[in-house]
Design a protein around this ligand. Structure first.
Ligand code: FCB
Length: 474
């Protein structure tokens, strides 16, 4: 019998997460319109090796097999996203029935397998037609989003218990409009800040409509939260880390939970970038501050920030790492995850939390005898991060569920297909799916509703993860 070291609450929801553009493929099928990611990925030089999501995991055709795999792993829930351009190819107007039917099939397939659907309305694939009219820099896009959300509540509201308005608006706004590494590939701070406001405003509008229509389920938003730690224990580094936190975390948490943008960052934008947010209209923040039923948190790594390298303030990178790193140099620090969860409750209250993404990419070179990926590093990442979740729950943080990122190896945006986050391997030449060792480990965790003791050969690595400090170094 397995010894279970840490038990989770009996109603804890276990799942995996994906997003439409990263797995579906079938970009021209059944009347789907062009999205900003089709345009971006087909623009030379924008993505690694020019790779696109044209085929991805071909999930559009292979979804029954994928849902079967979730069932086989014993999962209780699945977080997926709806591609807005499948529903409204031009971003608005008349529903494209064939596109909607795909999601009806997914939802029905989930229910048949006793899996609870969690649907994200926006995971970055904006209809290109709306981008042509200014995208998230145009307030009108928020109104179109609200219409799209309303249509989805009407069509799918009865069968989807969990709704997420946006996935990681920080990334959509700042990676898409300041860093330019994501679609639509703009590099301009004022545009990024404006986009962030309209994304938040659209979240508020969609949440209001959810209440107006008395949709049966729950609604929330998913933020990528990145704890920021000072590199050195100096007042300057502490101030820089707080600013980084303001820009990456409080910029979204404060409007949602407190109805205001963080004053220090508004001032910093004004002073250093002559940025005025004159497009914020009276009443917008009250709309954004609609009560949500849950907060989705995506956590991958912390930032280490030093004043000497203030460029990081806008780049939100995470170097230099003290501890182990995963594929993209993302530092593996489970203690930062526990710290973050406790902080969110301390500063923003008792709103239930779902971990809507957490995971890691590794090179996946090691194979077991049966040919499956022997990904001890990913397994240890998953395990030690679930220890962090258990620690937070023990401390009283209301974490209600966990979705591993990702169900499948998939199209990792500008990084293409090299970065493998899946707990299930996808051979992109044949589309063959093979559960990695991590998937089998996760299956055991789910079956036990708790963490069994780690295989002894992984203890040393897990301890390096566990012992990585979060505080400043001397
Ligand atoms: C998050 C995204 C998700 C995936 C992971 C690795 O920022 O929400 O789509 O790319 O990172």
């Amino acid at each position: 019998m397995t010894t279970v070291e840490k038990q989770f609450p009996s109603d804890f929801l276990w799942g995996t997460a994906t997003s439409s553009y990263q797995i579906e493929g079938a970009v021209h099928e059944d009347g789907r319109g062009e999205s900003i990611w089709d345009r971006f990925s087909h623009t030379p030089g924008k993505t690694k090796f020019g790779q696109t999501g044209d085929i991805a995991c071909d999930h559009y055709h292979r979804y029954p097999e994928d849902l079967d795999l979730m069932r086989e792993l014993g999962l209780a829930s699945y977080r997926f996203s709806i591609a807005w351009p499948r529903i409204f190819p031009e971003g608005k107007g008349k529903i494209n029935q064939a596109g909607l039917d795909f999601y009806k099939r997914i939802i029905e397939g989930l229910h048949q397998r006793q899996l609870t659907p969690m649907a994200t309305l926006y995971h970055w694939d904006l209809p290109q037609a709306l981008q042509d009219a200014g995208g998230w820099m145009n307030r009108d896009t928020a109104l179109r989003f609200a219409e799209y959300a309303e249509a989805m509540y009407r069509q799918l509201g009865a069968s989807v218990p969990f709704w997420i308005t946006h996935n990681e608006p920080w990334v959509a706004a700042f990676v898409g409009h300041l860093q330019g590494r994501h679609a639509p590939g703009i590099k301009d701070l004022p545009s990024a800040v404006k986009a962030s406001h309209h994304l938040l405003y659209s979240h508020g509008l969609a949440t209001q409509l959810f209440r107006d229509h008395k949709v049966a389920g729950q609604i929330g938003i998913t933020l990528n939260l990145t704890p920021a730690y000072p590199t050195h224990d100096t007042p300057e580094d502490h101030a820089a880390a707080w600013r980084n936190d303001g820009y990456g975390n409080r910029w979204f948490l404060d409007p949602i939970f407190r109805g205001s943008y963080p004053a220090d960052i508004v001032e910093w934008f004004a002073q250093h970038h002559q940025l005025e947010m004159d497009y914020v209209q009276a009443g917008d923040l009250a709309v954004i501050q609609q009560p949500i039923d849950f907060l989705g948190i995506n956590y991958y790594f912390p930032n280490r920030i030093s004043a000497a390298d203030e460029r990081k303030f806008l780049a939100l990178t995470n170097s230099p790492a003290i501890g182990e790193t995963s594929f993209r140099g993302w530092e593996v620090v489970p203690a930062a995850f526990a710290d973050l969860l406790k902080r969110v409750q301390r500063d923003y209250g008792d709103t239930p939390i779902y971990i809507t993404e957490n995971g890691s990419a590794f090179a996946d070179l090691k194979r077991a005898e049966d040919g499956s990926v022997n990904d001890g590093d990913r397994l240890s990442y998953l395990h030690t991060h679930l220890e962090a979740v258990a620690d937070a729950i023990e401390a009283g943080v209301p974490v209600k569920g966990y979705y591993a990122w990702s169900m499948l190896d998939n199209y990792e945006w500008a990084e293409g297909y090299d970065e493998r986050f899946g707990i299930i391997e996808v051979d992109f030449a044949t589309q063959k799916r093979t559960p990695k060792r991590t998937a089998r480990w996760y299956q055991q965790i789910v079956a036990n509703n708790g963490l069994p003791s780690l295989p002894s050969e992984l203890e040393a690595l897990a301890n390096r993860y566990r012992n990585c400090p979060i505080g400043p170094q001397e």
